[in-house]
Design a protein around this ligand. Structure first.
Ligand SMILES: Cc1cc2nc3c(=O)[nH]c(=O)nc-3n(C[C@H](O)[C@H](O)[C@H](O)COP(=O)(O)O)c2cc1C
Length: 161
């Protein structure tokens, strides 16, 4: 299968998770697409498309949400679509709400698999404002990694089934 993994990452965690998904999809021919560098990728040649972003203040960045709506036709033409988010929200219900805010409903319905992969707080990558926000919304005061490898395993297993 020809698979594209398309991601938008600010501090590198979603990129890392996209790489972990790629490493598990050994039987596929995988192309990695960084939406920061390639804003309008051609999706026509893929059988599977996996799209992922990080969450900031409850939702994926506008540029990512616009990518999803701008590429509706191509995404619906693809047989299998997987959606994932990276974030530090621990509450399952709130993770679901972040999913609903970040991906259009029709795309969520069309997708084969959806996953919330956890994330990281990388203080050394954050600007002053981000550090202030993170200290307010969490108890973290130093970098912490909470990437959910089980969620990634399950996501890939379901995607490949
Ligand atoms: C300013 C700021 C706000 C954040 N807000 C949220 C949030 O509302 N929900 C959430 O799940 N994660 C939130 N996070 C955590 C990020 O999603 C997490 O750091 C993620 O791993 C970043 O991935 P990236 O480096 O690929 O952008 C926030 C992080 C920062 C720095």
């Amino acid at each position: 299968m020809k698979t594209a993994i398309i991601y938008l990452s600010k501090h590198g965690t979603t990129k890392k998770v996209a790489g972990m998904i790629e490493a598990r999809m050994v039987s596929d021919e995988v192309t990695m697409i960084d939406l920061k560098k390639n804003k309008k990728p051609d999706l026509s040649s893929f059988d599977r498309i996996i799209i992922g972003s990080s969450v900031y203040l409850g939702v994926a960045k506008k540029h990512f949400r616009e990518f999803c709506t701008d590429n509706y036709v191509s995404l619906f033409a693809v047989k299998e679509v997987g959606l994932f988010l990276c974030g530090m929200e621990p509450d399952k219900k709130k993770q679901q709400e972040e999913m609903e805010r970040s991906f259009p409903e029709e795309l969520r319905r069309h997708s084969k698999v959806r996953g919330f992969m956890g994330g990281e707080f990388l203080f050394e990558e954050m600007n002053f404002l981000e550090r202030m926000i993170v200290r307010k919304i969490s108890n973290a005061s130093a970098s912490i990694s909470a990437i959910n490898k089980d969620a990634i395993d399950l996501f890939v297993k379901k995607m490949m089934s």
